[in-house]
Design a protein around this ligand. Structure first.
Ligand SMILES: NC(=O)c1ccc[n+]([C@@H]2O[C@H](COP(=O)([O-])OP(=O)(O)OC[C@H]3O[C@@H](n4cnc5c(N)ncnc54)[C@H](O)[C@@H]3O)[C@@H](O)[C@H]2O)c1
Length: 355
């Protein structure tokens, strides 16, 4: 019989597929995680994988087939361009590897569902990365909403007035393409905040939107969008999403109900006000105002901390060890994709889209 202490001490051995920008956060998070460790990496650009492996003192496996056949690798993080998530997740799941898939799951709902279904069919655990959900301020807000403190939900809105340079879009051929990025400011950058919106306030009933490419050249997708949303819980709100706004302000989430209003800026609570004050509110304000330094990368994609990924990796590894559901399984990961696909449909047709 396995003793409880042994379960706690075991570390799930991870590999990384795709050793580009975000993989450095995965490696740092795996190094810091108490129940997971990095053992091997694979990238189709072998030189890049070798350099990465040398930096983190792990193995670089040159063939994808050998990487998937490696019995030491129990789980993999997916850090390839978005449109290549499915292409690597499906064989990895079939090889029995548990999966942490970067956001968004893939570029369409159909491809996202194929990932979810394949992981289920092969009995591997799938977690979709949305590291912002693991922030303490977000959890304070989620608890307040779920416990009914807001009364009737009235308005739930987000502002993502971010900035990405032309050099950012030029830095890799897949950025700003429909096939591999799946969209622009909405799908790549604002998806974290849109995920928080549906996580906190629930799924949308209807959306109407505009989108345009305002400042960047050579990209197929929007760098700015504005949407009006009617939610299933009866509330309404707006989504402003851009990568054209110098210098890039912290993202805002503003939630108001008949009995209270809260504003988050990045991971900081800047307003926390309810008709009925509770004893814990003073502590929530104190912790929330300080924040945890979990910035969203408003002006620079790498100006994020690995702490959010560490928390999510520990959650997934814990779920794998306990054979339990992670906090962010695949069907949670598809919710923001669904809303964003509805926004694109509305932009295309000029009509509101019902879900
Ligand atoms: N959670 C976050 O905050 C966050 C931040 C940035 C990026 N991301 C996501 O991470 C993913 C990667 O983004 P990035 O900015 O690191 O991209 P990147 O271009 O810097 O790195 C992608 C890497 O994948 C490799 N690759 C491409 N095709 C491959 C294949 N078939 N097999 C193996 N490797 C392959 C490339 O060679 C490259 O090294 C995207 O889905 C993006 O949306 C998430």
């Amino acid at each position: 019989m396995i003793k409880k202490e042994q379960v706690v001490e075991k570390k799930v051995k991870f590999g990384i597929i795709g050793t580009g920008a975000i993989a450095t956060m995965h490696a740092a998070a795996l190094e810091a995680a108490g129940n997971a460790e990095l053992v091997a990496v694979y990238d189709k650009a072998t030189g890049r994988a070798n350099d990465f492996a040398a930096k983190y003192n792990v193995r670089s496996v040159e063939s994808f087939e050998d990487f998937l056949a490696d019995p030491e690798v129990e789980a993999v993080t997916i850090a390839t361009p978005t449109g290549i998530h499915g292409a690597v997740v499906l064989p990895a799941a079939k090889a029995g590897k548990h999966i942490l898939c970067e956001k968004p799951l893939d570029v369409t709902l159909e491809k996202s569902d194929e990932i979810i279904d394949t992981c289920n069919a092969n009995d591997v655990t799938l977690a979709a990365v949305f590291q912002s959900r693991f922030g303490t301020s977000v959890q304070f807000l989620k608890k307040a909403i779920d416990s009914g403190r807001f009364g009737k939900m009235i308005l739930a809105s987000t502002q993502i007035r971010w900035f990405r340079s032309q050099e950012y879009y030029d830095s890799a051929g897949w950025r700003g393409t429909w096939a591999l990025d799946g969209g622009g400011a909405l799908t790549n950058q604002s998806i974290h905040t849109i995920d928080l919106l549906v996580y906190l306030n629930g799924d949308p009933e209807q959306v109407f939107a505009f989108a345009d490419t305002m400042t960047h050249t050579g990209i197929e997708v929007e760098d700015t969008a504005a949407a009006v949303v009617k939610f299933k819980n009866g509330s309404m709100g707006t989504i402003e999403a851009s990568t054209s706004c110098e210098p890039g302000f912290p993202r805002r989430i503003e939630i108001s109900g008949s009995k209270g209003s809260v504003i988050l800026e990045d991971d900081r609570i800047v307003r926390w006000e309810f008709a009925e004050e509770l004893p814990e509110d003073a502590e929530i304000r104190e912790k929330g105002v300080a924040g945890e330094g979990l910035h969203g990368g408003s002006g620079d994609p790498m100006a994020i901390d690995y702490e959010g990924h560490r928390r999510q990796i520990e959650d997934l590894a814990g779920a794998i060890l306990a054979k339990a559901e992670p906090q962010l399984p695949g069907n949670e990961g598809r919710r923001a994709v669904q809303l964003i696909c509805g926004i694109y449909e509305s932009v295309k047709t000029g009509e509101p889209v019902k879900f």
